[in-house]
Write a protein that binds this ligand. Sequence first.
Ligand code: SF4
Ligand code: SF4
Length: 393
Amino acid sequence: MQTLEALARDACALANGDVVLSAPETEVARQLQICNACRYCEGFCAVFPAMTRRLEFGKADIHFIANLCHNCGACLHACQYAPPHEFAVNIPQAMAQVRGQTYADYAWPPALGQLYQRNGLTLALALVAGLTLFLLLAVALHGQGLAALWHAPVGGFYGIFPHNLLVGLFAPVFLFTVLALGLGVRRFWRDITPATSGAPLSAPATAEATDAVLRLKYLDGGHGDGCHNEDDAYTLSRRRMHHLTFYGFMLCFAATSVATLYHYLPALPAPYDLPSLPKLLGGVGGISLAIGTAGLWRLNLRRHPQHGDAAQKPMDRAFIALLFLTATSGLALWGARGSAALPLLLCLHLGAVMALFATMPYGKFAHGIFRTASLLRHAVEKRQPHPIGLSAD
Ligand code: SF4
Ligand code: SF4
């Protein structure tokens, strides 16, 4: 009966030229109607203030609001209408399902959107193994057979792979990643902008959204005690592990960027040793990234089964595993200067980094990009006059 009703609704919508909602979007719209009448969770995060500005939820509204949610679980544990109640309100799960759909729908090129469903731990590890093997073969063929894999090269790792060859290998992958993510989020931005007042970005809105992103403001639960993981107890672990991961990644990225810059300065040729800036940034960043991702992995294994979308767990774990492998192989390389293990460790590290960047546009990294875009639009929208006038932001 329900299916017939849904089909009739879709047929009317198509006849009127309206955009038809997918099943996960329809479910978010249904739950938000209940929340809009209840409003108990108004202070928890950005989702609820954004919701109160609307009486109807179109496709773009749902995409915008779903990407404001970061699955902290607070509204599920607070909800009197959560399962087993017949209303079956589970906002984190419904939002996560729509987020997964938006990543695939806005992927560039569109044909590769399917990769989100296939991006799991097995694929990630197979990619690292394949790339590592390819690099090991290249070293063996270029050197003196297998002996080339176990010796201390002159000139550090640039003695194995010259700098320009590394740039030639990694620059296309990196540029493609930036292009794919950039074009995907641009389409998302264009769709949600009219639904979020259409007003342009302002400096105060940008500053507020940047602050929310950099501090992971909403992972404090709105009261500072944290969010939820395996049960209804508050924890700050998720916020801390996200911070260690994010800033660790940024420090590692800074280490590579500074080393590239140094490489072209005549007075600062590679390789670098302590206490050089690339070495320090890489060491601190690698330790932070390794601890953060180990913590996120542990939290992910213990996560409450009703939080989020179980179908996306393989994608989440693949991203965490790739970051962890990148960090730990980088740290091993960091300490292996002048050792015979350098060629093996270098190939493993480069394989992990390349797999990480190659899968970035079609994996969990998209969450950070789309969420930032939604937070920016939220910061803009909340500065506009309230369209309904029932609640102040
Ligand atoms: S999640 Fe539940 S408690 Fe929170 S606003 Fe929605 S209906 Fe109310
Ligand atoms: S799960 Fe957390 S972030 Fe998502 S809507 Fe609920 S309270 Fe907000």
